[in-house]
Design a protein around this ligand. Sequence first.
Ligand code: FMN
Length: 175
Amino acid sequence: MSNLTAPITPEHYRKVMGRLPTGVVAITGVDDDGNDLGFIVGTFGALSLEPPIVTFSVGHTSSSWPRIRRRQVFTANVLSSTQVGECRALAGKGPGKFESVAYTAGPLGAPRLRDSIAWIDCTVQAEVLVGDHFMVIGTVGAMEAADGEPLLFQAGQFGTYQPLGPVPSPATTGA
Ligand SMILES: Cc1cc2nc3c(=O)[nH]c(=O)nc-3n(C[C@H](O)[C@H](O)[C@H](O)COP(=O)(O)O)c2cc1C
């Protein structure tokens, strides 16, 4: 049985939350000088359908987000299983992250990565500091999907999605 009074260490939090598979999304934007910026999140998700709103969380130590935030616009690029290299490049630190990344500028000026399976162009609607992360809430201005397999992350490893195929219901198994 779990001990509700024991402190939750970062290692334990990571281990338990790591059981939850996530998509891998590159948040991209530009700074005031037009430099391309980006970083990777596993916290991107849908928040509202009408109006269309999305969310992600970014650590308060992020160097890219404070520069992207100044323009109040970003693009969320949903990575495909072919984009592990792009993921590693953008999850790094410092300048030159886009040197090996293929992209075009989207309608907001933010990079749209080639070979991604979705692009979601957003305006920042709200941002809340929660613990050690900013929870960013974005209103969707435009969005597009493309064919391809998603890149997933679980328990510290990259993978992709494997459909189960038809799953028999209790009525057809005779149980
Ligand atoms: C699979 C994966 C998921 C990640 N998810 C997040 C996340 O949700 N929020 C976050 O702040 N950083 C996340 N990171 C780490 C950032 O991408 C990383 O800290 C990046 O270097 C930040 O770059 P910056 O300092 O240029 O902003 C993730 C990294 C990987 C590889």
